[in-house]
Every structure is written in structure tokens, then in C-alpha cells.
Design a protein around this ligand. Sequence first.
Ligand code: FAD
Ligand code: ZN
Length: 230
Amino acid sequence: PAGRKVLIIYAHQEPKSFNGSLKSIAVEELRKQGCSVTVSDLYAMQFEPRATRSDIVGCLHNSEEFNYGVEMWKAYKRGCLSSDLIEEQKKVQEADLLIFQFPLYWFSMPAIMKGWMDRVLIQGFAHEFPNCYDSGLLKNKLALFSFTTGGSKEMYAKGSINGDIRYLLWPMQHGIMHFCGVELLAPHICFAPEYVSEEEKKEMLIAWAQRLKTLWKEEPINCSPEWYFK
Ligand code: FAD
Ligand code: ZN
């Protein structure tokens, strides 16, 4: 794994949080392996989550009627994206593995991370019909969703009140990453860190560090409807 490049996209406000600890463990363990690790600490960067006109520098392709997707696609081709986006795209381009580290918000990722997806993974850069899914423009990269929940593992079982945790991974893993050509490593889920014992918290952190040690030997999941809904 030495020489592999990892980008951690991290969304938590508090460095002392459980997510902060998971992020630090990943940075430390992967660096120890000789990987080069970059972190996009979205709150610390005050990353802009809104998809607006300000994402295009200079003239618009059609100033009469604003279409974000089309304008971003054209601006990407012209090299007229705002500098924060060019920087994130460069980090993505260089990375072999993207790790998304976040607390689950409303069965999804926090808005700041969704904003990162909306603004960074634009047409022309990440996908360009018919280059989507297995032929998406970010093919030959891996992604791993690492997140924490408030609900317990039992609440996220199939048939339980929240339903199988995999149902919520469909939009994030398949709808976004796979759409862009990225292959998925199995998600890493720490259930209810706020409600478990100190002992269990320590165990969850150790389990993450352990998993990272053999991460590069893992095969991607078969990211198709069966994985999520069978
Ligand atoms: P923290 O509270 O930071 O961590 C738990 C404890 O671990 C803390 O006491 C912390 O000090 C301690 N800790 C940190 N590092 C270490 C360490 N190294 N060793 C020992 N202890 C440590 N949950 C759901 O299940 N589904 C939802 O749809 C959902 N929606 C939400 C929407 C919103 C807007 C919000 C705010 C929350 C939602 N939640 C939901 C709950 C949320 O997912 C959890 O609160 C979050 O995942 C907990 O992670 P954390 O990192 O913030 O935990
Ligand atoms: Zn898929």
C-alpha cells in the first residue's frame, strides 16, 4: 500500500468527537503504511455546500436562464470553476481511495458533505453520459463510507423500525459513487457511540484501526440492487 493516495472527506464540527477519533485513526494508520493521506475537513474549511452561480468564475454560458448542471459542465471545460472546487477535484483526481467520515444525519450524510458531492462531482469531471456507473470518469478509484449513528444496530436490522442500514447506502454508494465509476469497499459503521460503554467505544476504535491494516487486500462489494435490497 505504500505510495497509495487517500483522501479523507471528513464532516464533524468537533475534533474530540467519535468521528474525529475515527478520522485521526485513519490518518495515523494509513500514514504508517506509507500511504499519502489528505484530509478535507469540511467544517474547518468552512466548505460552501450551496450550488450557486458563484461556483462559476466569469461569464455564463446562458445568462438568460441559469441551469447549474449545464453551467458547471461548461465552466469545467473552460477552466472557470471557483478555486475551492478546482482544489477538491485535484485531490479527488490524485486519490486511489476516498474515505467519507461522518455522523449519519437523517438517514444520510450531513448537508456540508452532500454539498461537497453536489459541487465537486460535476459532469465532465466525474461523469459524462454515457460514461457513468462502471464507465464513470472516476473509475479505478475506491470509496469507503465510514459513519456513526444514533440508532443501535438492532434498530437498523432488516424488519426493524429503521430498516436495514443498507437501504440508506443505496443513494450514497450506488447513486453517487458508483454512478461516477468508483468502486465501493464495504461500509464501516459504528453504531450509537453516544450510548455504548467506554469499553465498547474503545473496541469500535480498535476494530477500525484493525480493518485499515488489511484494507488494501479487500475486494470491492458487488454494488448492485441485490447487495442493498435482497
Ligand atoms: P460523539 O458524541 O462525538 O461521541 C460519542 C462519545 O464518544 C463522546 O462522549 C465522545 O467524547 C466519545 N469519544 C470520542 N473519541 C473517543 C475516544 N478516542 N475514546 C473514547 N471515547 C471517545 N442518528 C441516526 O441513527 N439516524 C439519523 O437519521 C440521525 N439523524 C441525525 C440528524 C441530525 C441533524 C443530528 C444532529 C443527529 C442525527 N443522528 C441520527 C444522530 C447522529 O448520527 C449521532 O449523534 C452521531 O453519529 C454520533 O457521532 P459523534 O461523532 O457526533 O459522537
Ligand atoms: Zn452500484
